[in-house]
Design a protein around this ligand. Structure first.
Ligand code: 26V
Length: 822
């Protein structure tokens, strides 16, 4: 590159130092000598923020001036991770800040360690949203993210005697320098009440008479593109009681009740629901969904669009992308605005509504599909329920016209389920209203169209498409793995950071012994760093040089942490019984990271069992430290950034057909870990790209699994017929890992695996063990292994979220990047 980067042209170490000290003095009211580390962290963050602010305002001005087509990404979750480093990188301030702070004697690493990440998401879906807004900004797409500013994010996981105990995530306790509240732009959101006949007389109109309201206060976050001068906005809403809310009750004379009522209103954005598989049908969750969706729609219609904008042209100006079904209540909300508030006839409103929403589905598990009971929905949002009924009536007529006489089909497709209670199927509503529906990996999109939403795909084949997930290379390679990033840039230049397919240029270097040696050195250094982090963070000691075998993801039966556990127990059983000589065992550190939904009993039992097995193995001196289980509590984005670059082996072992995509799998491959995985989700695409010889495939395919399940799966038969499997399960059941205790989690997991085994772990056990033997053999040949690892990096550039966003632009949004002056 010949042109100096943005910051270097405009800023110097001196000006940065001046700004930083000003922030310390006037922002924190301290001088450098007396500043606490937190003072310095806040001053530094604000300094970095200032550098981005000019660009932010410019972006907003241009956005208003150009009135270009905009993408609004509606998501109940944004799992952002730490902000400081990413902002410094985007603003090209990393070197200047480093130099400035060094001269002041301030330790940047110490300050970075103080940042508490905003954990405003459960897992994959929330982290995907965060990667997407990063790529939208980097690709110069006019866009805005809309979500909820939870006061408490995903719970902080602790272990007590190996069992998960949840603690509140008080991420705002020291204040956040990354958010800008705008109480003056608060909008009102209504709930409850009833509907009455409308005055206007337009077709379909009714008037909603709500009985309570809350204010939604926007908090803006900057979303900087990578060194392109664009800074987009993430707008998260926080609930506040309205004055009216208080007044009503104050007038009734009950002061204490009025204050209590404030709490009720403010509860709406209080806490992130930690369930990410089985919807609980909780009223507060529906309140959250409508709260942020109603505020976001109003915000766009009333503040982003000019006052005189003709809403018939809405499809030229916006796509609202629905991140799963959580924001789908936006569909009846837009209908309500157009028909009831703007006086449009129903048909006109529906024609526009059908052109502005697109729906991304993130699951295949039937129990994870959201439904809201008609009873609850009607109480909280009576007008929306009426609108949903009418949408459904007209939709059903359409189905009848297309498939005359097929009433079974009508019942299957209806937006309203009749059993076990009358309820709104949010995925059906999203599919009917959306102009596109996408899955998140090839296999997943195929299964969506062939199975879960088959009837809909038959009716509207053109509606269904795929966009394979991706991850941002800025955070998950450039920031997380500076060593590897330096090596890559030295080899092929730094264009890969925004054009990840350029990693292909590394392919020939897989055959270069010197390159491989340096690659290994970096991996080794990353492992030592990870070991240091684990020791400081969790007091866990691991060998600096063993194979790092990582399984990190939410705890779910379909993801099969229990299969990983069986592998470990089987190895241990083999060693302690003398079947496997100790010196034939590859030294491995098994790293787990996993939170269980607080009400998901079997998931919690699995955690307790992993910890019990880990404690036993880690304490067994006869293993001479060859096997080690490390299960740091509270796995989060911050820890991921230290683990992913250190991993040798990535465990992606879900039952085929159950993991929609996975994104951890992509992060590991991009950082040179090899995958042991099933033919599921994006694993399929990873394997195709890296080649069979650089991937450890095992297990049934999706059709094989579906077939076995249809024939009648009997886990007991596997238990009885595979002596190694039986020995592992029996050892688990014997109580050796639980101080003699054979009941509780031990009995429960044993029974669930041998009697039901919903996700067929036992059926894949043999194949998994064989794959692990191949892993050991391959790992023994350092040169061949690192060749494969380099090829994994070189061939997985496809999994950049920049490519995902480009696919959304091409296949769904029809929005175009706009270039602005740099
Ligand atoms: C689902 C639900 C269900 C209703 C109750 C509340 C709730 C909250 C979150 C979720 C999201 C679960 C779905 C999810 O995270 N799916 C993951 O999405 C990733 C990004 O597309 C994908 O890589 C993972 O395979 C998929 O499991």
């Amino acid at each position: 590159e010949n042109t100096p980067p943005v910051a270097a042209r405009e800023h110097t170490v001196e000006s940065f130092t001046r700004e930083f000290l000003r922030e310390l003095n006037f922002g924190q009211g301290v001088d450098l000598d007396r500043a606490s580390a937190n003072d310095k962290y806040l001053a530094l963050s604000r300094t970095v923020r200032h550098y981005l602010t000019t660009r932010w305002l410019e972006t907003l001005r241009n956005q208003y001036r150009d009135q270009a087509k905009t993408v609004a990404y509606l998501s109940a979750e944004f799992l952002l991770g730490p902000q400081l480093e990413n902002a410094m990188l985007a603003a090209d301030l990393d070197e200047i800040a480093n130099e400035s702070l060094r001269a002041l004697g301030v330790d940047l690493d110490e300050l970075r360690a103080l940042e508490i990440e905003p954990g405003l998401g459960n897992g994959g879906l929330g982290r995907l949203a965060a990667c997407f807004i990063d790529s939208l900004a980097t690709l110069n797409v006019p866009s805005v993210g809309y979500g909820i500013r939870y006061e408490y994010g995903i719970f902080r996981q602790t272990f007590e005697d190996g069992a998960q105990v949840e603690k509140p995530d008080t991420w705002l306790r020291l204040g956040s320098p990354w958010e800008l509240p705008h109480p003056e732009h608060a909008v009102e959101v209504s709930f409850g009440g009833h509907t009455v006949e409308a005055e206007g007389g337009n077709d379909g109109a009714r008037t909603w008479v709500p009985d309570w309201r809350v204010a939604a206060v926007p908090y803006n976050y900057m979303v900087p593109g990578y060194r392109n001068g664009r800074v987009n906005t993430l707008r998260l809403w926080s609930a506040r009681a309205t004055h009216e809310f208080d007044l009503q009750i104050f007038n009734a004379g009950d002061y204490a009740e009025a204050v209590r009522a404030r709490t009720f209103a403010e509860n709406i954005s209080k806490v992130l629901y930690p369930e990410d598989s089985t919807p609980q049908g909780k009223e507060l969750r529906l309140q959250q969904q409508y709260f942020f969706v109603a505020a976001s729609l109003r915000d766009f219609l009333e503040t982003v669009l000019p006052a005189d904008f003709d809403l018939h042209r809405l499809p030229d100006r916006i796509t609202w992308q629905l991140n799963d079904t959580h924001p789908v209540i936006a569909v009846p909300e837009l209908m309500r605005i157009l028909v009831d508030e703007r006086g449009w006839d129903w048909a006109d409103a529906w024609a526009v509504t059908q052109k502005v929403f697109a729906y991304t589905c993130h699951t295949l598990l039937p129990e994870a599909l959201e439904v809201w009971s008609v009873d609850l929905l009607g109480r909280l949002l009576p007008r929306h329920l009426e609108i949903i009924y009418r949408i459904n009536e007209e939709f059903i007529e359409e189905v009848r016209a297309a498939f005359p006489g097929d009433e079974l089909r009508v019942r299957r497709m209806s937006i309203i389920a009749e059993q076990p209670e009358r309820a709104v199927r949010m995925a059906h509503l999203a599919t009917v209203a959306g102009f596109k529906v996408n899955g998140v990996a090839e296999l997943h999109s195929q299964l969506l169209a062939d199975k879960v939403l088959h009837d809909f795909a038959q009716m509207w084949p053109g509606k269904f498409t795929n966009v394979t997930n991706g991850v941002t290379p800025r955070r998950f390679v450039r920031l997380a793995n500076p060593g590897l990033s330096g090596l890559i840039t030295e080899a092929i230049g730094d264009g890969w950071i925004t054009d990840l397919e350029q990693l292909r240029g590394l392919e020939p270097l897989a055959d270069d012994a010197e390159f491989r040696r340096r690659f290994r050195e970096i991996k080794a250094a990353n492992k030592r760093h990870f070991a240091d982090v684990l020791l400081a963070r969790d007091g866990i000691e691991i060998a600096g040089d063993a194979m790092v075998d990582a399984m990190v993801k939410r705890l779910h039966e379909y993801k099969r942490q229990s299969l990983k556990l069986l592998h470990i127990v089987s190895l241990y059983e083999g060693i302690t019984s003398g079947r496997i000589p100790l010196d034939a065992v590859t030294p491995r550190t098994f790293v787990f990271g996993a939170k269980a939904a607080p009400g998901y009993v079997r998931a919690k039992e699995t955690i307790a069992l992993i910890n019990a097995v880990g404690a036993t193995i880690n304490a067994d001196a006869s293993l001479q430290g060859r096997l080690k289980v490390a299960f740091p509590a509270n796995y989060n984005v911050t820890l991921a950034e230290d683990l992913v670059p250190a991993a040798d082996l990535s465990e992606q072992i879900s039952l085929a057909g159950k993991e929609a995509s996975g994104t951890g799998n992509m992060k590991f491959a991009l950082n040179g870990a090899l995958t042991v995985g099933t033919d599921d989700g994006a694993n399929v695409e990873i394997r195709k790209l890296v080649g069979d010889e650089n991937f450890f495939l095992f297990g049934m395919t999706e059709p094989e699994a579906a077939d076995l399940s249809a024939r009648g799966y009997d886990p007991g038969a596997y238990y009885e017929s595979d002596p190694q499997l039986k020995a592992a399960l029996d050892l688990l059941a014997s109580g050796v890992f639980t101080g003699g205790e054979r009941g509780g989690a031990v009995a429960s997991i044993f029974a669930s695996l041998t009697e039901r085994d919903r996700f067929m772990a036992l059926a894949d056990f043999r194949s998994y063990m064989d794959a692990q033997s191949r892993v050991d053999a391959a790992y023994a040949d350092h040169e061949a292994w690192s060749r494969s690892a380099v090829l994994n990096v070189a061939r997985t550039g496809f999994f950049s979220s920049d490519r995902s966003i480009q696919d959304y632009l091409d296949r769904i949004w029809g929005a175009r990047p706009v270039t602005q002056n740099r």
